[in-house]
Design a protein around this ligand. Structure first.
Ligand code: B12
Length: 288
């Protein structure tokens, strides 16, 4: 959950007077709650949405727990991407968090950040590991660092629309790859969904129960590793039948879903990347 701050703390971080900030709150530009004693409390995600939409800067990010140097990432060309890759490779968490948050605050969608910055960084890490230029511990540390970056983005994006359509998802039994599934949750929240990750290594049977109990509009699955193709295909197609019964669409993606395996599966949509999910999920949201 995104943390709360007082108007004084947020005003100091943005570099405006407390009275200006309270005025923005009173005009409804930033959402705030009131405590029992009548004091305003501002949730970080709504402040960041305002900063993002209004093109404001955060001059003292450390005051509200954001990475130092926010606003200093070069957003021209590929320099942000290489800065992020370097930060992941060396375990420099502060820089990795700062680059991604700067992109988000400059109005880049979460899907675009995941596809054009985070995924290529891991492709590079995979190549470096394969040719022996990166130690296993460095690759694992990159995954840990990335999980914290995703956590940072989650605080910025917030929990999604309270009345948005429900989505759930994760990875299947025997699949240890966690990052793409966590990113899917964030992408959907950024698109207005009430998306909740169910975590990783989920047996098909428990997913069928979740569909029956919560009836989400969308189930996302990331498939990066399959132990036994026949069992996978059988379990997956039962899951699809269950989803159809309860009116849930299934969006899948992941490196293990080769064209040959996809031919054997039933699902609603296959996504090569997160921008496909962004586009597909938008078509499912009811129009006013
Ligand atoms: C990190 C990593 C791991 C970590 C994962 C940890 C974690 N917490 O997730 C661990 C340590 C588990 C691991 C293990 C192994 N790994 Co590994 N791993 C990687 C690495 C570096 C990054 C994978 C990743 O998460 N990328 C980030 C995600 C976001 O990218 P992505 O999966 O490509 O997703 C894109 C699309 O597929 C799509 N997508 C994916 N899922 C979904 C879901 C939805 C809903 C949507 C919409 C889209 C979508 O969106 C993304 C596009 O932007 C890759 C390198 C690479 N090129 O990918 C190697 C890589 C996949 N691993 C590899 C290997 C060989 C292994 C091991 C066999 C190593 C070993 N000897 O033990 C084991 C196998 C484990 C297993 N049981 O399968 C090879 C696979 C080669 C092959 N094709 O067979 C790779 C390619 C490295 C390499 N260059 O050789 N690995």
């Amino acid at each position: 959950m995104s943390p709360f701050f007082s108007p004084k703390e947020i005003a100091a971080a943005i570099g405006v007077s407390e009275s200006s900030l309270k005025r923005w709150v009173d005009k409804g530009l930033i959402q705030a709650e009131k405590t029992g004693g009548g004091h305003r409390r501002l949730q970080l995600d709504s402040v960041l949405h305002y900063v993002r939409d209004a093109g404001k800067s955060i001059i003292r990010p450390e005051l509200i727990g954001l990475p130092e140097g926010l606003g200093s990432t070069s957003l021209h060309g590929d320099s942000g991407i290489s800065e992020f890759q370097g930060a992941l490779a060396s375990g420099d968490e502060m820089t990795a968090r700062r680059v991604v948050l700067d992109l988000y605050l400059s109005n880049t969608s979460v899907a675009t950040i995941c596809d054009t910055v985070i995924t290529p960084a891991f492709q590079k890490i995979g190549e470096l590991w394969q040719c022996g230029s990166m130690e296993v511990f460095e690759e694992r540390r990159a995954c840990e660092t990335c999980s914290r970056v995703i956590h940072e983005l989650r605080r910025a994006v917030g929990t999604g629309e309270i009345d948005g359509p429900l989505a759930m998802g994760g990875t299947l039994d025997g699949d240890p790859y966690t990052l793409a599934a966590s990113m899917s949750e964030l992408v959907l929240r950024d698109c207005g969904w009430r998306a909740n990750s169910l975590g990783n290594m989920l047996p098909f049977a428990t997913l069928c129960k979740a569909l029956e109990r919560d009836r989400p509009r969308l189930l996302w699955l990331s498939v990066a590793s399959i132990r036994d193709v026949d069992r996978f295909v059988a379990g997956f197609n039962v899951l699809f039948d269950t989803a159809t019964t309860f009116g849930s669409a299934i969006a899948v993606g992941g490196q293990a879903l080769t064209a040959d395996i996809r031919r054997l599966l039933r699902y609603t949509t296959y996504c090569d990347n997160f921008r496909h999910l962004e586009a597909f999920s938008t078509t499912l949201i009811p129009r006013d």
